[in-house]
Design a protein around this ligand. Structure first.
Ligand SMILES: [Cu+2]
Length: 456
């Protein structure tokens, strides 16, 4: 029997789900392919509208009112402790990193902006600075870094110290002016030590780490609170690339889960106390290659859509609930090209009655018990990056395939049609030069995937 369940709806979801949610991890946990994808995304953001430059210019122009010709103008930094009514430091940078991450996820929904733990990873020769990772930007973008030349990175004890501050405004001030934030900016040097610091890609990894610390602080104390209810750039008037950026009340984002952002550490991501809302995108995708635990208030309400994907293990714990009428899928992809499609919850049986961990094999599609709905809409592209050929795996036969390969300027380089295949292999890609390409896959007339691939 051909399985065609859910294909059309899912196709639309996949195609329009340009942005994912985010499980941010230590950059040291990234796979090689993920590092390449992140590097490419930075380069791509600088082509065309250049969000990176816009961020640097904006951050510089509104850095601090003391530096501005108009001292009444609102600003981003150093308002504490004297002007608590102007403070937006944590929230502004949370929104900023999210803006860049969303733009990257339009290029590749699997990208999350990783963090750099500046208190434990302090070598000037650490993998962070290798030429095939962030090292290359120093010359490519004329950043004039001077690693370790000025100031020091924070001691772990200094992180502990700032995190133990219980008053939010004191905490924010101590973080902003202290070694955990100030240290990395100065230690990296060059652009990072100037008001145009968002021009250096490492800026986003530093602020991802600071955002993680803020989230841990807020999880513990639940007392982040701003006097301001608006933020420059995010006040509903700023236009970038023809789009007005929505306004954000800093008090609405004191929990990173508002943006569907979670932080993983030491090979574990815990997704709890989160309700899938599909506000930012129709399908919420959570990817982390190590263990993902979802439970304790992770809810997929009716008619909402969520997908969790790991290369190793997903545990659905007590408190996880996917309501009847929701679409929840979970995938283990071990990177061998064998993508195991597993459980999809569409039932009224609470998952917490099923034991921990879920026995994924019990939910293979061929079993398809009446209360588990199977969706098999994903196309797996393997390998990526590729060298000689790339294989597209659909897990079921489809009558018509139409596959197109574009370069990043939108030029179509390859076009192929197939009939009655469950997977197809493109040998033509061996002729492509090294670089990033877009593969668009149309099945039975529906565009079901538009993904970046890398030739290397
Ligand atoms: Cu800043």
């Amino acid at each position: 029997m051909k399985r065609n369940i859910y294909l059309t709806v899912a196709a639309a979801l996949l195609f329009f789900s340009a942005q994912a949610q985010s499980i941010r991890k230590n950059y040291q946990e990234m796979t090689l392919a993920e590092r390449t994808n992140l590097v490419n995304a930075f380069y791509q953001l600088r082509n065309g509208p250049d969000l990176i430059n816009d961020m640097a210019v904006f951050h510089g122009a509104f850095f601090n009112f003391d530096d501005s010709p108009d001292p009444t103008q609102l600003d981003i930094h150093f308002n504490l402790p004297d002007e608590p009514e102007r403070d937006i430091f944590f929230a502004w940078h949370r929104r900023q990193v999210f803006e860049v991450e969303q733009a990257m996820q339009e290029i590749d929904p699997y990208i999350s902006i990783p963090f750099w733990n500046t208190s434990t990873d302090q070598s000037t020769t650490s993998p962070l600075w290798s030429q095939d990772f962030l090292g290359q930007f120093n010359t490519d973008w004329s950043l004039n870094r001077n690693l370790g030349g000025n100031d020091m990175l924070p001691f772990p004890s200094e992180v502990t110290q700032v995190q133990s501050q219980t008053n939010f405004l004191l905490y924010s001030d101590l973080m902003e002016r202290g070694p955990v934030h100030h240290g990395p900016h100065r230690w990296v040097g060059g652009a990072m030590a100037a008001t145009v610091s968002p021009r250096d890609p490492v800026f986003y990894l530093v602020h991802s780490y600071i955002d993680k610390l803020w989230q841990e602080w807020e999880d513990l104390r639940q007392s982040s609170s701003y006097i301001r209810t608006d933020m420059i750039r995010y006040n509903g008037t700023y236009v970038f690339d023809g789009q007005t950026i929505p306004s954000v009340n800093p008090n609405s984002i004191t929990d990173s889960r508002f943006y569907g952002v979670f932080y993983a550490d030491n090979q574990l991501a815990v997704l709890d106390e989160y309700t899938v809302n599909n506000t930012h995108n129709p399908l919420e995708l959570f990817f982390y290659q190590y263990q993902i635990r979802a439970g304790d208030g992770f809810v997929v309400p009716a008619s909402r859509n969520a997908h969790i994907e790991s290369m190793t293990q997903i545990r659905l714990q007590p408190g996880f609930h996917a309501a009847d009428g929701s679409t929840f899928t979970a995938t283990i992809d071990d990177g061998t090209g064998q993508r195991n499609f597993m459980a999809i919850v569409r039932n009224q049986i609470p998952w917490d009655n099923r034991g921990i961990p879920i026995d994924w094999d019990a939910y293979r599609p061929q079993d398809e018990p009446g209360n588990v709905k199977v969706t098999e809409n994903n196309i797996h592209i393997y390998p990526n990056p590729f060298t000689e050929r790339v294989t597209l795996i659909a897990h079921e036969y489809h009558e018509s395939w139409f596959v197109e390969v574009y370069d990043l300027s939108g030029r179509k380089l390859i076009e192929k049609a197939y009939a009655d295949e469950a997977s197809v292999t493109l040998d033509e890609v061996s002729k492509l030069q090294n670089g990033t390409y877009l593969i668009k896959i149309t099945i039975n007339g529906n565009v079901i995937s538009s993904s970046t691939v890398i030739k290397q």
